[in-house]
Design a protein around this ligand. Structure first.
Ligand code: MRU
Length: 357
């Protein structure tokens, strides 16, 4: 299996539905869902059939292009009103990854910029915009990969958390992009440690599946083994993805990432966040303002187990993300370059002349 050939989400050729690789079934079953109703697109995002910040953005963009194409009106204002209602609904599927809102806002801008066109023409423009978001995502991940690859040395051990892989994007992933780019450059002499990533096991089910399938030397560890692996000198650097970066460089990513960063600091291991620039949210100053999704207790107590693994009625706290303090981050790798502290200044330079940032 070559992970790079998997299509996380795409529009069917006849534009009748979205084809979503159901990640809740991986690694055992590779099944593509065909969804066309907005409720099913919402459900696929909410329940992590499609997940990972960039992939959620791509899915929402295709999704709203599809559902807007079904709106039966020739009146621009009526079309815009339906679009905005659908946008609000899809935007409520998950709260943390800013790419969801970024992609939907970009779709709205494409619609409004073409207010003088017929509704039929606007529908085509929306499909084209969603496709552009998807294609740009591939190019962005590839650039992040090249920059990250530049930091790698033969023989390195790399630790990653959750799945910021090709399954979380349109292709290459963000944290995994340097690894895939290394393979493309003929460098195979590196090892990857994947945190299993409790409670939903994205590291075990998805990252290990991808990287092992790609022929990369992959070792799966439980989350609580990261310290011992780092202490043993097996890890030279850490690459993780992110769901939202605040203006000061504080970074939200899958729960457990901040613990990895604290350990990395303790052991003096460089900790890099791989972030498409669309993940940087200059409208919020610090990580404290990033909304953190809380998910169902059953994910901790019974999901993935044969039997329930906790007493009935016990209280469960299940935040899906945490925020890594910018002081723990060695660098943030965007497609435009490697940013180092002070991050606010570095981001401003990145976005010079760019609208909406
Ligand atoms: O809950 P998930 O599986 O959507 O969380 C995914 C992550 O936290 C990823 O690391 C992040 O979205 C970056 S994906 C390139």
């Amino acid at each position: 299996m070559n992970a790079l050939e998997l299509n996380t989400v795409r529009l069917a050729e006849d534009r009748s539905c979205l084809e979503i690789l159901d990640q809740t079934l991986l690694p055992g079953t590779v099944k593509v869902l065909r969804v066309d109703k907005i409720e099913d697109i919402f459900e696929a995002i909410r329940y992590l059939r499609v997940r990972g910040a960039p992939a959620i953005g791509v899915c929402a963009a295709y999704g709203i292009a599809l559902t807007a194409s079904r709106v039966e009106t020739e009146d621009y204002e009526a079309f815009l009103a339906s679009f905005l209602e659908q946008k609000k609904y899809l935007a409520s599927s998950r709260p943390t990854a800013v790419n969801l809102f970024w992609a939907l806002d970009r779709m709205e801008r494409a619609l409004r910029a073409n207010a003088d066109r017929t509704v039929e023409e606007i529908k085509t423009i929306l499909f084209d915009e969603a496709q552009a978001i998807r294609d740009e995502d591939v190019a962005i991940s590839r650039s992040i990969g090249e920059i990250g690859f530049g930091l790698m040395k033969p023989g390195d051990g790399i630790l990653t958390h959750c799945n910021a892989g090709t399954l979380a994007t349109a292709k290459y992933g963000t944290a995994t992009a340097p690894m895939y780019v290394a393979l493309e450059h003929g460098m195979t002499d590196f090892r990857v440690y994947c945190d299993e990533t409790r409670p939903l096991l994205q590291g075990a089910r998805l990252t290990a599946f991808e990287l092992h399938g790609a022929g990369i030397d992959t070792t799966l560890i439980c989350d609580n083994m990261a310290s011992t692996v780092m202490k043993s000198g097996l890890v030279n650097m850490i690459f993780v993805g992110c769901d939202r970066v605040a203006a000061n460089g504080d970074t939200a990513n899958k729960i457990g990432t901040s613990g990895v960063a604290v350990l990395a600091k303790h052991y003096g291991i460089p900790f890099y966040v791989c972030a498409p620039s669309s993940t940087i949210d200059m409208s919020i100053r610090t990580g404290e303002q990033i909304p953190i999704e809380e998910r169902d207790a059953s994910e901790v107590t019974e999901m993935w187990y044969k039997e329930r693994m906790a007493p009935e009625g016990v209280k469960v706290y299940n935040p899906a993300f945490d925020v890594t303090d910018h002081a723990l981050i060695t660098g943030i790798i965007t497609e435009k370059g490697l940013c180092r502290a002070p991050y606010e200044q570095a981001f401003k330079e990145l976005f010079i002349g760019q609208e909406g940032k």
